[in-house]
Ligand binder design. Structure first.
Ligand code: GCU
Length: 347
């Protein structure tokens, strides 16, 4: 008898909730938009104040202010590699744990192979050549390849030219790299590059470099001057040698699945904000690079030019023999877009 009245009570309570459940279902099926903004996590390894980080801050601000978006998308910007190094970030993006990332094109090649063409050594003559390529039909093809692999590129950011630095000796000729343990990004091409020059590559995440330099697990690394300065790598590796072996941009990408859910108006808003942020980033870059050179020199580091850049170019030919064929005619078309440009060398 008691059990029967319990069941009756339960039935009455459930019936009272029925209208609420029906209303919820109707709302969910009607496509009526709720006012809850979408929160998109955007990950980057750089610290606040670094030009790329400042560009991304601007990107988030521009979206927040865009009247057409009416606050529908808010960017949760996670700087300083708190969500992991770039490989982990790209894995998270691929599995939908985060929505956006700004990463170097070099580790991206492990996920989107076409990106690797941008990391080929000594391919770009200078920054002008790089931007000319990215703004051309070749750039569109690379963007299409990234999209196909699941990463929709919104804007390219300046990451200067990468050069070697170490704590043992200045690198003047390729032979000077022999026997040194050099950190590389998680990219097969970067490993092959360092091997071709006679050094031992050690693949590590960006945020592991500082400690590894201090403990002596590595003798050096390769990066642009702004990163050498912002990550304080100069404290433990005082020779920075301007061989400028690769000009590899960073790129701001969105997970393709999320991108496809946006309306055309929202896509335009995101692209516009990304382009404006990249414009700011490139402006800030030149100044930051100059200050980085001053800071590290004042701290007692030595920046040197290499004796003959062609000797380095020749030494890395095996990288072309192994990798260039993957990119069809892209390498030749990129070269054709260069040729006697007069821009200043990058750092
Ligand atoms: C540059 C680049 C980063 C990248 C880093 C690296 O600093 O901007 O995106 O992570 O190089 O060497 O890993």
């Amino acid at each position: 008898m008691a059990a029967q009245s319990d069941r009756l009570g339960l039935l009455i309570r459930s019936l009272r909730l029925l209208p609420l459940a029906v209303a919820f279902l109707l709302l969910a099926c009607s496509g009526v938009e709720t006012d809850v903004p979408e929160r998109w996590v955007l990950s980057n390894v750089h610290i606040a104040g670094y030009p790329t980080a400042e560009g991304l801050v601007r990107f988030a601000e521009l979206l927040a202010e865009d009247p057409k978006l009416e606050g529908r998308i808010t960017i949760d910007l996670q700087l300083g590699g708190v969500l992991g190094n770039e490989k982990e970030t790209l894995e998270k993006l691929r599995f939908g744990a985060i929505q956006m990332a700004c990463v170097s094109a070099a580790p991206l090649q492990e996920f989107a192979p076409v990106s690797g063409v941008l990391a080929l050594p000594f391919l770009f003559e200078n920054g002008e050549h790089l931007w000319r390529v990215l703004d051309s039909g070749v750039g569109d093809e690379i963007a299409a390849g990234l999209t196909e692999a699941g990463f929709v590129p919104l804007a390219w950011y300046d990451a200067g030219a990468r050069s070697f630095y170490n704590r043992v000796r200045p690198i003047v000729r390729p032979e000077d790299l022999r026997g040194l343990k050099i950190r590389v990004q998680r990219s097969e091409m970067m490993r092959d590059l360092v091997e071709a020059l006679g050094a031992s590559p050690v693949a590590l995440g960006f945020k592991q470099v500082y400690t590894s330099l201090h403990t002596g697990a590595i003798d050096g690394a390769e990066n642009n001057l702004p990163s050498y300065r912002s990550e304080r790598h100069f404290e433990a590796s005082r020779f920075y040698s301007l061989d400028r072996h690769a000009i590899v941009p960073d790129v701001l990408v969105v997970a393709r699945e999320r991108w496809r859910e946006l309306s055309t108006e929202e896509q335009i808003a995101l692209r516009t904000a990304a382009q404006a942020s990249a414009h700011l980033q490139r402006e800030l870059w030149a100044d930051y690079r100059q200050k980085a050179a001053e800071t590290v020199t004042e701290a007692g580091c030595r920046i040197n030019e290499v004796e003959d850049p062609n000797a380095f170019r020749q030494a890395v030919q095996p990288v072309y023999e192994k990798h260039a064929g993957r990119y069809g005619d892209l390498v030749d078309r990129i070269r054709e877009l260069g040729g006697h440009l007069s821009g200043p060398p990058l750092r």
